[in-house]
Design a protein around this ligand. Structure first.
Ligand SMILES: [Zn+2]
Length: 382
């Protein structure tokens, strides 16, 4: 199989053609090149509150590298009064949990912890059951982004905090998001929560339901209905401020119109994960599992990686690494090593997590509609 000689994208990635050694992304991607960071003075000016305020801003932290860096930078480098906010979705890895506790403890940052409702586990279990019958993982991340947005906004309002600093970067889009947004000439954040994005989700769900075997479809539909039921229950129980839209299981909670200002950290400070991780480790004792610095905060990420690998011949992490290589933020060899580490035992990891979550023998019933690219090690465990 051909692989791009500049980044690490193989030709099996949807929408990536390789010619003269270069993939479509390396030839056309201009998004990150056009952006220039606004700088730390601008960030400080935006966030700094009068002395009478208890906090300057709220930082949602997952224990992963990006949000941890945001917390460290604002609290230590800029010396702002930060309130850290940790949302425990029930699937957080032990490394991430310890990072949150240790960092807040050592830097003397106040920490608020909020837990997911009991519906979140039910929702994920049904998503995994549906995956068995569909032959692919869909919606395993559930309403996590919605939960995180809702609870961050509510926590900020309760504490009278005007600014939330968000640590997500555009580098983390999946290949599907990437291609769609390239076409729309917009980033993910601009389309988040718009009626258009919700319509697309309904459309994708319908398309999925009308592919595969009839018996499998019926079973998946049964679990899909439960999934939607628990999603709505979760919206209502977590205090989601979306009114009638709470009853829409395809809901995405946008930031606009919530009375809190949200800043994207990496609009101000250039994204440089390799250097930033090194700084984090040195300055705060932040830790990660070996060769796995990315998305190590949530165990459900294994399913996303696995599905991305089956669909595209590269994991979701690998797709992000390719972007870093393209922009000179990581060397190609390191990215290849990391991608190999992400693949290593991935199917077994998915099976183990599913068992832990009470969903038995995930891969055993998988039907023939599973997409396995040639030469990939992601065969079902029989
Ligand atoms: Zn490339």
């Amino acid at each position: 199989m051909k692989t791009c000689t500049k980044c690490i994208i193989p030709e099996s990635v949807k929408g990536a053609e390789i010619s003269e050694g270069l993939c479509t992304f390396c030839k056309t991607d201009q998004r990150h090149r056009q952006k220039s960071a606004m700088g730390k003075e601008a960030l400080y000016r935006e966030l700094k509150q009068p002395a009478s305020a208890k906090y300057d801003c709220l930082v949602p932290i997952s224990g992963g590298k990006d949000s941890s860096y945001v917390l460290y930078y604002l609290a230590k480098v800029l010396g702002l009064r930060v309130l850290a906010f940790f949302f425990d979705n029930g699937f957080i890895c032990s490394f991430a949990r310890e990072n949150v506790q240790n960092m807040c403890g050592s830097m003397g940052v106040d920490l608020v912890i909020e837990r997911a409702t009991a519906y979140r586990l039910k929702q994920t279990q049904h998503a995994l059951h549906a995956a068995k019958h569909l032959g692919r993982f869909v919606k395993v991340c559930g309403t996590c982004s919605n939960n995180l947005r809702t609870h961050s906004i509510l926590a900020a309002k309760r504490q009278g905090i005007k600014h939330i600093v968000w640590g997500a970067s555009d580098f983390e889009d999946s290949s599907t998001d990437y291609l769609r947004n390239e076409k729309l000439k917009q980033g993910n954040r601009d389309t988040w929560g718009t009626p258009g994005s919700e319509r697309r989700k309904v459309w994708r769900a319908l398309k999925l339901l009308f592919s595969g075997s009839p018996v499998g479809k019926l079973r998946a539909f049964y679990h899909g209905l439960y999934y939607m039921y628990y999603t709505v229950r979760d919206n209502l129980a977590s205090g989601c401020m979306e009114g009638i839209r709470n009853y829409n299981p395809f809901l995405e909670v946008p930031f606009v119109g919530k009375g809190v200002q949200v800043h994207y950290f990496f609009d101000y400070i250039p994204y440089n994960p390799v250097q930033q991780v090194a700084e984090l480790i040195k300055e705060t004792g932040w830790r990660h599992p070996e060769s796995r610095e990315m998305r190590m905060d949530c165990m459900l990420h294994a399913f996303i990686n696995y599905q991305h690998l089956c669909d595209n011949g590269i994991t979701h992490d690998g797709f992000i690494l390719a972007g870093l290589v393209r922009y000179g933020l990581m060397d190609r060899q390191t990215a290849l090593v990391r991608e190999a580490a992400a693949r290593e035992g991935l199917a077994e990891e998915c099976e183990r997590i599913a068992l832990e979550l009470g969903v038995i023998s995930l891969f055993r019933n998988w039907s023939t509609n599973k997409v396995v690219p040639p030469g990939q090690k992601c065969q079902p465990l029989l």
